[in-house]
Write a protein that binds this ligand. Structure first.
Ligand code: NAG
Ligand code: NAG
Ligand code: NAG
Ligand code: NAG
Ligand code: NAG
Ligand code: NAG
Ligand code: NAG
Ligand code: NAG
Ligand code: NAG
Ligand code: NAG
Ligand code: NAG
Ligand code: NAG
Length: 655
């Protein structure tokens, strides 16, 4: 006897109401009405579902009935209503006209046997969706369900291996088991009739090879085996899947060559196999029909086939992190949106003429190769380019001013090349730029004062060049700047006022800067690292500089500073070596020289260090600087102060 059978006053009322209203509302068979009333009773209590039981069930949210003239219930969707008990599930199976049942996005933990037997008997049921629930344990065997075409069990906690549980599903076209804990071999018994079209097995623990039998499902259009533990080669027969549109093999341990037969699948538009152990050369013709290709993070070697980038449908290609050599093919598809060839051993020049015509190109990443020659001026015509990464090559010559035409550019990385000449002022017209990295080149001349037009710039790295002249005073107005790296140049003159939002680092080290350390630096209240070492700075250290709230590192070594070192805040790493007139007042046998903080361990600091463990336990802080900071506090002020500071800092979120 199931508990939904009990009569209650409410049920009586509802039945009465339906007798009254049925004339007005619908021709819904009375047994379906009864079932729906029982259902509402069974589930409305604990869920987010609100059904107006005084109305025709066909009007209830999530309930769909057949066309007029046949108003049986055909679809029920109980998606996302916080269902947790599975007890009511068999009740649903009394609606024998059901075509689609959606139970997704709930908290169901099991599928009752009675649900399998009862719903399995509904010949017309085509879709069963129990994705995004909390189903655990092993799979039930799906007996019956002869009409079932779509079965979605994704995003659950189902485990175990799969053998014949789906074999009876003769109509099955779409099976989604992704995001579960299934193990064992890739299932190959997926319905005797071999009707399978979409097979989603990603994010499980499947192991072994890709079985040859999978290729007997000749109607497959989508195969997703992403993120499993599959190994061995891809069967050559995969080319027989002539209707395949999407093939995803990424993040496994697959090896061997990329099968050439894939080139013959005219319908294949997306092929992803990144993060495997594929080796050998990329077969020529692979991209003839493709739109998206991702082979990054493998061990592919040899040349990039000359026809590889040119097919006109091609939109994205990612070959980064392989062992590819030789030149970048010179013809590129006009549809190209993203081209990533970084971290290979490509050489030769960046093909000129072609890139200029790429109006759709948004991401161009060629970094960490051995490319030579100039940065092509035509690149400036890529109207939609957002990211340009050419860092870590051997590019030489001067930067073309045409790059100033990249009006959508947000990231420009040209670091670690052999670029010479001046920074073209046109680059300061890139209104959308967020990151500009030109470090480690041989750029000369001065920093254009128009640099301050880059209003959105957050990271500016020009370190390790040959830039001279003074730092433009306009820099103060760069309101978005968080990181400014100008170290290792020939910059001279005074340190101007700096943008107040600077946070990550202000590095002016290893230049020819003179004059005093400006008091205005005290306004950089969020600054964490300040490196002014290896310059010609003179005068005293501003007394509050060593107490700045966020500062963790202050490097002033090798200047001409004088006076007394101000009291250091306890969490500060400080270096002022090589300032011969600087006096460390806290040194007992006053020596004019200052050095790094003493490492002598006193009894007090031993106790302090022992207490650090406790403090660290209290502060839920794994960050290196924080730990260092608490060590320092204990060492200098004792445990109570450390705890107090810890509480204060965690409240005010300083670090
Ligand atoms: C519905 O809630 C009432 C009181 O909250 C409870 O007595 C009743 O057993 C619940 N019914 C079901 C089917 O859970
Ligand atoms: C109404 O539609 C359902 C589902 O499509 C079907 O099972 C049933 O036989 C139909 N009834 C009539 C009277 O057409
Ligand atoms: C199952 O439901 C989810 C939403 O919860 C949806 O994203 C998914 O597409 C559905 N599956 C099928 C096969 O319709
Ligand atoms: C499961 O896979 C099927 C077939 O590809 C798809 O239609 C469905 O949306 C997927 N389910 C979810 C929750 O993404
Ligand atoms: C494969 O698809 C075709 C066209 O949709 C269909 O006629 C054929 O019956 C399908 N094959 C199987 C085994 O279901
Ligand atoms: C540069 O490329 C090589 C070869 O692919 C790779 O091993 C290395 O990790 C890359 N370096 C960076 C910084 O990405
Ligand atoms: C590129 O490297 C290959 C060896 O991998 C070498 O034979 C060839 O001459 C190089 N080409 C250029 C233009 O440097
Ligand atoms: C800039 O390039 C340098 C290498 O020269 C690298 O260390 C740094 O992280 C890069 N910065 C940004 C913001 O890309
Ligand atoms: C910087 O310029 C000087 C001459 O002004 C030159 O000797 C030196 O090699 C250059 N340094 C770099 C890294 O290009
Ligand atoms: C910058 O270097 C180039 C050669 O690379 C040289 O012709 C030019 O005079 C230099 N400019 C400055 C301002 O030093
Ligand atoms: C500051 O820049 C110099 C020169 O480029 C570099 O050697 C130093 O490591 C940088 N300092 C910090 C703290 O990163
Ligand atoms: C100053 O001297 C004291 C005692 O020798 C030492 O602990 C401290 O680290 C020194 N401070 C600096 C900035 O060198």
């Amino acid at each position: 006897m199931n508990r939904y059978g009990h009569s209650t006053p409410l049920l009586h009322f509802c039945l009465f109401f339906f007798l009254l209203s049925s004339v007005v509302f619908s021709e819904l068979p009375s047994n379906q009405k009864t079932t729906m009333i029982s259902l509402s009773k069974a589930i409305m209590n604990n869920t987010a579902l609100i059904w107006d039981v005084t109305k025709d069930p066909c009007s209830w949210r999530g309930v769909t009935c057949g066309p007029s003239g046949n108003s049986s219930i055909t679809e029920i969707s109980l998606s996302g209503v916080f269902l947790s008990s599975s007890d009511f599930l068999p009740l649903l199976c009394q609606i024998d006209s059901l075509v689609s049942l959606d139970l997704s996005d709930n908290h169901l933990t099991s599928i009752p046997d009675k649900f399998i037997t009862d719903c399995g008997a509904i010949g017309g049921l085509q879709l069963l969706n129990i994705s995004r629930n909390w189903l655990g344990g092993t799979l039930p065997t799906f007996n019956g369900f002869v009409g079932l075409k779509f079965l979605d069990l994704s995003f659950n906690f189902l485990s175990g291996s799969i053998s014949l549980q789906f074999e009876g599903l003769v109509a099955l076209k779409s099976l989604n088991l992704s995001f579960n804990l299934f193990n064992g071999l890739i299932p190959t018994n997926l319905g005797k009739a071999m009707a399978m079209e979409q097979l989603q097995l990603s994010k499980n623990l499947f192991e072994g090879g890709i079985p040859d039998q999978m290729i007997d499902y000749l109607n497959l259009t989508l195969v997703d085996l992403n993120q499993n533990k599959l190994s061995g080669p891809v069967p050559v027969r995969i080319g027989d899947l002539s209707k395949l549109e999407v093939l995803i093999l990424s993040t496994n341990y697959l090896s061997g060559k990329i099968p050439e037969t894939l080139s013959s699948i005219r319908s294949l538009s997306r092929f992803a196999a990144h993060q495997n152990n594929f080796e050998g050369t990329i077969p020529s013709g692979l991209t003839t029909f493709l739109r998206n290709l991702d082979l990054s993070y493998n061990k592919l070697s040899g040349l990039i086939p000359s026809d590889m980038l040119s097919p006109s449908n091609l939109q994205t290609v990612d070959l980064s992190y392989n062992l590819l050599t030789g030149p970048i093919p010179s013809n590129t598809s006009p549809s190209m949106v993203r081209l990533r060839l970084g971290s290979n051993s490509l050489n030769g020049t960046i093909p000129t003429a072609t890139f200029g015509k790429l109006e759709k190109l948004m991401y161009l990443e060629l970094e960490n190769n051995s490319l030579t020659g100039l940065v092509p001026p035509d690149l400036g015509s890529c109207q939609n380019l957002m990211l340009l990464n050419l860092g870590g090559n051997k590019l030489n010559g001067a930067l073309p001013g045409q790059l100033g035409g990249l009006s959508q550019l947000q990231v420009m990385k040209l670091q670690s090349n052999k670029l010479v000449g001046e920074i073209p002022f046109e680059i300061t017209q890139l209104q959308k730029l967020l990151i500009l990295n030109m470090s480690s080149n041989s750029l000369n001349g001065s920093i254009p004062s128009t640099i301050s037009s880059l209003r959105g710039l957050a990271n500016l790295n020009l370190q390790g060049n040959n830039l001279s002249g003074s730092i433009p005073y306009t820099i103060a107005s760069m309101d978005s700047l968080l990181e400014l790296q100008l170290g290792g140049n020939q910059l001279s003159g005074f340190i101007p006022r700096m943008p107040v939002k600077l946070q990550i680092v202000l590095n002016l080290s290893t230049n020819l800067l003179a004059g005093k350390i400006p008091e205005s630096l005290l306004q950089l209240t969020g600054l964490e690292v300040l490196d002014l070492s290896n310059n010609k700075l003179s005068g005293e250290i501003p007394s509050h500089l060593t107490q700045m709230a966020a500062l963790t590192k202050l490097l002033l070594s090798n200047n001409q500073l004088s006076g007394i070192i101000p009291k250091l805040s306890p969490w500060l790493t400080f270096d002022a070596n090589g300032n011969k007139d600087l006096i460390n007042a806290t040194t007992p046998n006053t020596s004019p020289k200052s050095g790094k903080k003493g490492k002598s361990v006193t009894t007090a600091s031993v106790i302090g260090f022992a207490a650090v463990g406790v403090v660290i336990g209290i502060a839920i802080s794994y960050n290196f600087y924080k730990i260092k900071f608490y060590v320092a506090v204990v060492k200098y002020h004792g445990i109570t102060a450390a705890i107090r500071t810890c509480l204060w800092r965690s409240k005010s979120n300083v670090i």
